[in-house]
Design a protein around this ligand. Structure first.
Ligand SMILES: Nc1ncnc2c1ncn2[C@@H]1O[C@H](COP(=O)(O)OP(=O)(O)O)[C@@H](O)[C@H]1O
Ligand SMILES: [Mg+2]
Length: 471
């Protein structure tokens, strides 16, 4: 087996990427997942901020409590000396098992050290915790001013307590993790439910796709609109309308083919009979007569076949659209020249009414000529000998006009719409003919965005008027 387009690795990747970007499901899911990831990132940040603030607050409260206990331990003895007896509880409250180290300092308002580390940095504001560094370690520090009885001229003492971050950070981490986990679960559940919802919402669309895909070439019955949601029903209706049009078209094609076969069979059977008659005939004069009839039948079949071919070519989409610019007056002149002999044979006065100015239209030159040939051919055919046929070309603003007028029997008003149908012929008209001439005319006129109308000529015959967009 040979595989003429084995996919290259790059081509396959490109196709996969384009299949994903073109997939409705992939797009919707990508949006949901991106939103989830965004929500998780924001959640990560916000829950960190809130855990951080809480841990700071708790640490600051402990520092304040410790400072207060230390400050209350300061007193002035009978000799006026400042004394301090720090209770162990003041520092033990930091003993939470994380190995934190605590430092303190007690100074008088004018800077005399009463107890603790002289070089412990002071926070700028009172009773507000602050991050600082002491002996190369990060610390949380807090300062408290406290009046001491008997120390009035020196003012209050200020107590600074600082503790390393271990316990604070551990608390922050714990708070953050529990908060984040709770929100993560919520976000994931919401995302999962959304994805399930999308999946369920898309199922009818996929079912519709499968229903269309599974249909064979011949199945054109309408799809059930209830199989999809309300918003998608117009799509199903549009599909059904389209299928109905295709179905009608197919039926018309079938009718046409069977009509055509029918039309061809009758004269072909006649030809076969005439050939047998001619073959059996011994009398040369009678044989000539039979051969003459044979030739006439053959001409008729040939004409029918060529009309069928012209009609097939005039149908939309059957040949590449051509945009020749043609001069209608010139085209008419040539067509009349070709049919002059025919007119002479019928003893009909064939004339052209056209101005000097060219009347230009855009379209398929061959087809437009074919249309004119069919109209003049009809006029010559159905007008009695001695009659008159006139072709006229003119222009009315943006519209090119072409009319063919005769003084034959005309077409009764009741039949004027039907004569454009394929194979339709008026009963009692001359036997030769296919009923395709006017069908070709209408097909060509439609293809050139024009219109055609039948009316009664001044002399009682048929007046065919064609209007086409001029350039
Ligand atoms: N100029 C005309 N005058 C009278 N009848 C006409 C004229 N042109 C067409 N018809 C009628 O319209 C019918 C359909 O014409 P057409 O489609 O050309 O088929 P055909 O000429 O092969 O019969 C003809 O059978 C004829 O009866
Ligand atoms: Mg005809």
């Amino acid at each position: 087996m040979h595989n003429k387009d084995a996919p290259s690795p790059k081509g396959r990747l490109g196709r996969t990427v384009s299949a994903l970007t073109n997939s409705l499901r992939a797009q919707l899911f990508a949006w949901v997942v991106l939103t989830l990831i965004g929500a998780i990132c924001i959640n990560l940040y916000l829950s960190f901020r809130s855990a951080d603030a809480t841990a700071d607050l708790v640490t600051d409260r402990t520092l304040l409590a410790s400072a207060r206990v230390i400050a209350e331990a300061v007193h002035v003895d009978g000799s006026g000396t400042v004394q301090i007896d720090i209770p162990p509880a003041a520092l033990e409250m930091f003993d939470t098992g994380y190995g934190d180290r605590v430092f303190y300092q007690v100074v008088t308002a004018w800077g005399n050290l009463i107890a603790g580390y002289p070089d412990l940095p002071h926070p700028k504001r009172e009773q507000v915790g602050e991050d600082t560094t002491f002996r190369a370690d990060g610390m949380r520090a807090l300062m408290l001013s406290h009046p001491v009885v008997g120390l009035n001229q020196d003012g209050p003492v200020s107590v600074t307590v600082a503790v390393t971050h271990n316990s604070q950070y551990a608390m922050r981490r714990r708070l953050w993790l529990s908060d984040f986990t709770k929100q993560l679960v919520l976000v994931l559940v919401a995302g999962l439910v959304t994805i399930i919802g999308l999946q369920r919402g898309l199922t009818p669309v996929l079912r519709l796709r499968d229903a269309v895909r599974e249909r064979g070439r011949q199945r054109l019955d309408p799809l059930e609109p209830d199989m999809v949601q309300n918003e998608l029903r117009p799509l199903v209706h549009a599909l059904n309308d389209h299928m109905e049009r295709v179905q009608n078209q197919m039926a018309a094609q079938r009718r046409f083919v069977s009509n055509a076969a029918h039309q061809l069979r009758t004269p072909l059977a006649l030809i076969s009979t005439q050939a047998s008659v001619a073959a059996r005939e011994t009398d040369s004069a009678r044989r000539d007569e039979a051969l003459q009839a044979l030739r006439s039948s053959t001409r008729q079949v040939t004409r029918l076949a060529s009309q069928l071919l012209t009609l097939a070519r005039a149908e939309p989409g059957s040949r590449r659209p051509r945009d020749d610019t043609i001069d209608l007056a010139d085209t008419a002149r040539r067509v009349l020249e070709n049919l002059a002999e025919e007119a002479l044979r019928h003893n009909i006065d064939l004339g052209l009414e056209a101005g000097e100015m060219p009347v230009r239209i855009e379209g398929d030159g061959t087809m437009l000529r074919e249309m004119l040939v069919n109209l003049v051919d009809n006029a010559l055919r159905y007008t009695q000998p001695g009659g008159r046929v006139t072709v006229g070309i003119g222009r009315e603003g943006d519209t090119a006009l072409l009319w063919v007028e005769d003084n034959g029997p005309g077409i009764p008003e009741a039949e004027r719409a039907q004569v454009f149908e394929r194979f339709y012929r008026i009963m009692g008209t001359e036997p030769e003919g296919s009923g395709l001439g006017l069908a070709i005319v209408r097909e060509v006129v439609d293809g050139a965005d024009g219109s055609v109308a039948l009316g009664e000529a001044a002399g009682g015959g048929l007046l065919v008027s064609v209007r086409l967009p001029a350039v």
